[in-house]
Design a protein around this ligand. Structure first.
Ligand code: THG
Length: 651
């Protein structure tokens, strides 16, 4: 009998040559058997205190022959991959039945039965090896959505609980003999990210690496997941796990899924799958799409080059699978796609930062250390007004928002969690990715557990040495975020051009060579410090940042460079017109040197050309450290600087 490695190798070969076929629905096949309470219980659970009817996954233990037969019928119909009967086999979903303690057994049994059925079929058709995909279902709870309409920040589950539940289930699936893992019917990407985290951690701990398939679901014609993401944003949120396939299943029928499969097919640099329902459920909860009609629609998908894997979800029978397999057979699989290298982020919507794209503004105002107003709102728990601050940043052009809750008087973890959970309920804010800003790792990790999109961690550094840097970078990656790295090492903050470049170079090597971090997901921040402070050593700070930016971008063209621009003008606190003019002038030059993004007060940047020439000259003297009396000369006119004529956004 072939080993798991051989089967996986065979699957990869098949995928390169043809469209691979998944099975059909387990649930509706079971329903048709009309099992009674006693059948669900079997002997083992005869005395269980709760009703068990409807707990389909339990049948893997109590009615194994029935499940085996369903698997056999799909194999007979020609499918290559069986899905295990484990859709609800997590402690979270099994809690409804009081069977949390059976989770390992459910998954083990589910995988074992499918394994036996698949192996028996492979024996009959050795040229078509059959595989088992261990199914991790979505659970019946959502980490991104509140079940309480009166409290949008409330959650009845969270990342850690999901992650632990998935780890436990996965253990049973792997030991029971699954060849791949299928994270399916994803309606909340944060749930899926918890599953992917669990999978990566489990594989790492056990020294294995099985292919992972991910399949989301679009619940209505809004074209979004239940938690509000577009198909493209969903893909960017899970792409860090390097799945063998990404796709859509369930909810809408094949015809209605077309546009969204198309959307995925255009951005997925991996295989694309689709296993739809036999149409939307009718008024009796049945499914009306016939094998003929589904085969016709999916055959067309295949003909149009959209598919690498195809199958059926609710309501699909072996006859559906047989006809679908037949219909796609004449068509070549979708060609794999090389995506241009870009930093691909997401909120509810995608945010692609590419070499040729415009400068990216990160809204700075949602920061308790950077805004007295925001700090007061958070301290007083006026979260509605705090959300308005975030919304204003997005309205004013912020393509990401930086969120920072580092203040001594605050429970920073709790504030980060509360605020990010509330943001998740505001589509006009959460459409953009989040930059989770904290100098405390525990706060960053708390934040990472609350965002379904792909944003940035802001920041990590070599301050505490390589070991913790590598550890944190690995976790950032496992959570699926990009990373901002401050030019800071064991010796302190990098101040000169040489120090900045050297620290970034060292960090780059560790990230790309040791951690395997994609360079396009790395952002270097070579430290914007205050200038014109009256301290001579500070005079070269702006020039050094700009020069370091130029060298870093030359040496590492795929990384991004960013900085906190408002730091620059701290010595002119209270004089916003001058500060804003300094920020604009600085950005003008830094962007020319290659700066990709900056944390700014979105909407408060005057247009460079509008800055009064004499003021501009004095500012640039300071920025480039061009004369000894530059600070004095800027101070001389500081009080006369007028507000902006027009903002960048209006311009
Ligand atoms: N790099 C990275 N992250 C950062 C910074 C950086 N995060 C924080 C900070 N620096 C960037 N954010 C701000 C936000 C506000 C201000 C400066 C930087 C600011 N605020 C006014 C002030 O302090 O005068 C506040 C005025 C008010 O209370 O409204 O200047 O460099 N990676």
């Amino acid at each position: 009998m072939a080993s798991r490695e051989q089967r996986i190798k065979a699957l990869r070969e098949s995928l390169a040559k043809r469209i691979v076929v998944l099975d059909g629905a387990m649930g509706t096949m079971i329903q048709a058997l009309n099992f009674e309470e006693a059948d669900f219980r079997g002997d083992r659970f005869a005395d269980h205190p709760k009703e068990l009817r409807g707990n389909n996954d339990l049948l893997s233990i109590t009615q194994p022959d029935a499940i085996r037969e369903i698997h056999a019928s799909f194999l007979q119909a020609g499918c290559d991959i069986l899905e295990t009967n484990t859709f609800n086999s997590t402690a979270i979903a099994q809690a409804d039945y009081g069977l949390e303690a059976q989770v390992y057994d459910l998954n083990f049994a589910g995988a074992r039965i499918a394994r036996e059925a698949a192996d028996a079929a492979t024996e009959r058709t050795p040229d078509q090896p059959r595989l088992v995909a261990g199914v991790l279902g979505p659970t019946n709870r959502t980490a991104s959505i509140s079940p309480d309409v009166n409290d949008p920040g409330f959650r009845n589950t969270d990342f850690d609980r999901l992650k632990n539940a998935y780890s436990e289930a996965l253990h049973g699936l792997v030991e029971g003999g699954a060849d791949l893992v299928l994270v399916e019917t994803v309606f909340d990407t944060l749930n899926a990210k918890a599953a992917l985290f669990a999978i990566d951690e489990y594989f790492d701990n056990h020294g294995i690496d099985l292919p992972v398939m991910i399949s989301g679901t679009i619940t209505d014609r809004s074209g979004r997941t239940l938690s509000g993401q577009t198909a493209e944003a969903f893909w960017y949120s899970v792409r860090h796990s390097r799945p063998i396939s990404i796709g859509l299943n369930c909810a809408l029928g094949a015809k209605e899924l077309r546009g969204y499969v198309d959307e995925l097919a255009q951005v997925a640099d991996t295989y694309v799958s689709c296993h739809p329902n036999a149409g939307l459920p009718n008024e009796f909860g049945g499914y009306d799409d016939t094998p003929e009609s589904m085969a016709e629609v999916l055959g067309q998908f295949a003909k149009d080059g959209l598919l690498n894997l195809v199958g059926g979800c609710c309501g699909t029978t072996p006859e559906h699978v047989r006809q679908i397999a037949e219909a796609v057979k004449p068509h070549a699989p979708r060609k794999t796609l090389e995506l241009p290298v870009r930093c691909r982020l997401s909120g509810l919507e995608p945010e692609v930062i590419g070499p040729e794209s415009i400068f990216v503004n990160v809204g700075e105002r949602t920061n308790v250390t950077g805004s007295a107003h925001f700090a007061k709102l958070i301290r007083e728990e006026d979260y509605d007004a705090a959300l308005t601050v975030a919304r204003d940043q997005v309205v004013n052009g912020a393509q990401l928002i930086d969120v920072n809750m580092d203040e001594g008087m605050l429970d920073s973890e709790a504030a980060m969690k509360r605020f990010l959970n509330l943001i998740a309920a505001e589509p006009d804010i959460s459409r953009v990715p989040v930059m989770i800003d904290s100098s405390k790792w525990s706060v960053i990790e708390t934040g990472l557990k609350c965002v379904q999109g792909k944003g940035f961690v802001n920041s990590i550094s070599l301050k505490e040495g390589e070991e913790s840097f590598i550890h944190q970078a690995r976790l950032v990656r496992r959570y699926g975020a990009g990373v901002v790295v401050m030019a800071f090492d064991e010796k302190g903050q990098a101040e000169t051009v040489e120090q900045k470049v050297n620290v970034c170079e060292r960090a780059y090597k560790l990230l790309t060579e040791v951690v395997g971090f994609p360079p396009e997901d790395i952002v270097f921040d070579p430290n914007i410090f205050a200038v014109a402070t009256g301290i001579e050593e500070h005079n070269d700070y702006a020039r050094a940042f700009i020069e370091a930016t130029r060298i870093i971008k030359e040496r590492f063209p795929l990384v991004k460079v960013s900085g906190g621009v408002s730091n620059l003008s701290f010595s002119f606190r209270g004089n916003n017109p001058l500060r804003e003019a300094m920020h604009s002038a600085f950005l003008y030059h830094a962007i020319k040197a290659g700066l990709d993004m900056a944390i700014v007060n979105a909407g408060r940047l005057p247009v460079y050309e509008d800055i009064e020439p004499d003021v501009l000259e004095r500012i640039e003297d300071v920025l480039f450290n061009r004369r000894k009396d530059a600070t004095e000369r800027l101070l001389d006119i500081a009080q006369n600087v007028k507000g902006q004529a027009r903002s960048k956004k209006e311009d």
